[in-house]
Write a protein that binds this ligand. Structure first.
Ligand code: 6GU
Length: 224
């Protein structure tokens, strides 16, 4: 999968891609991420990318020309499955959305900034609008890192133990059960006996019960 990220401040989101699971995905050739600085497509000597809002109102709006120039240059090179615009008024990111996006070949992620982008960008270039939750960020850059992480770890072969993505919280609409590692006792705080029993069916049963209990307590909405 290839992800092209268009951003006003690409520096904000580079380092998450240089470590851990992402780094491994890139090294294995399973994912490639390319950053595009919108400013490079800006207008005139000052490389202008934003302007005042028609009709007045506070805040600058990202202009259509630089965005068109950047997206068109990318589309001239390859076909894209989605052009995603990150915005607080988009559809809230969910695990099923991440699952579906992990099957795509090429995607563009456009990060909003300031007040957002000219509506005509959304009407004519964007195929999907995504928010990462009901709160406001200063720009879409951090949201792009979140979205990309959620997607890339699901690409087959990226996680060393392929089943581990399947047992994630949310993957079966249940939160993950409690987990423990050594020591079996610390300051008198014990690991549940059953996990030390070696009885796999009983352990699986316990985990399922715990996942259900935790979901009931914390996210009853997921059980609907
Ligand atoms: Cl995608 N962008 C911004 N600016 N704020 C957000 C968001 C996106 N998702 C939640 N809050």
């Amino acid at each position: 999968m290839r992800i092209d990220i268009i951003a006003v401040v690409p520096e904000l989101l580079q380092s998450p891609f240089e470590h851990s699971i992402f780094k491994r995905a890139v090294e294995k050739g399973l994912a490639a991420v390319h950053f595009h600085d919108l400013r490079q497509y800006g207008l005139g000597n000052y490389k202008q990318i934003d302007d005042y809002s028609f009709g007045g109102g506070a805040g600058m709006v990202l202009m259509i020309e630089p965005i068109d120039a950047c997206i068109s240059a990318l589309k001239a090179e390859r076909t894209y499955d989605e052009v995603i615009y990150l915005t607080p008024d988009g559809e809230t990111l969910s695990q099923p959305m991440a699952n579906a996006l992990s099957l795509k070949e090429n995607i563009i992620i456009l990060c909003g900034h300031y007040k957002g982008v000219d509506q005509r960008v959304r009407d004519h270039f964007v195929t999907k609008e995504i928010s990462i939750g009901d709160y406001v960020l200063s720009g879409g850059e951090l949201a792009a890192a979140v979205l990309s992480d959620a997607i890339v770890r699901l690409i087959p072969g990226v996680l060393s133990d392929e089943t581990s993505a399947l047992t994630d919280s949310f993957q079966d609409n249940l939160l993950a059960p409690p987990i423990y590692t050594r020591p079996a006792e610390y300051k008198g705080w014990k690991v549940p006996d059953i996990l030390l029993s070696g009885n796999t069916p009983l352990i699986e049963n316990w985990r399922e019960e715990q996942a259900y209990k935790r979901t009931e307590e914390r996210r009853p909405d997921l059980l609907q």
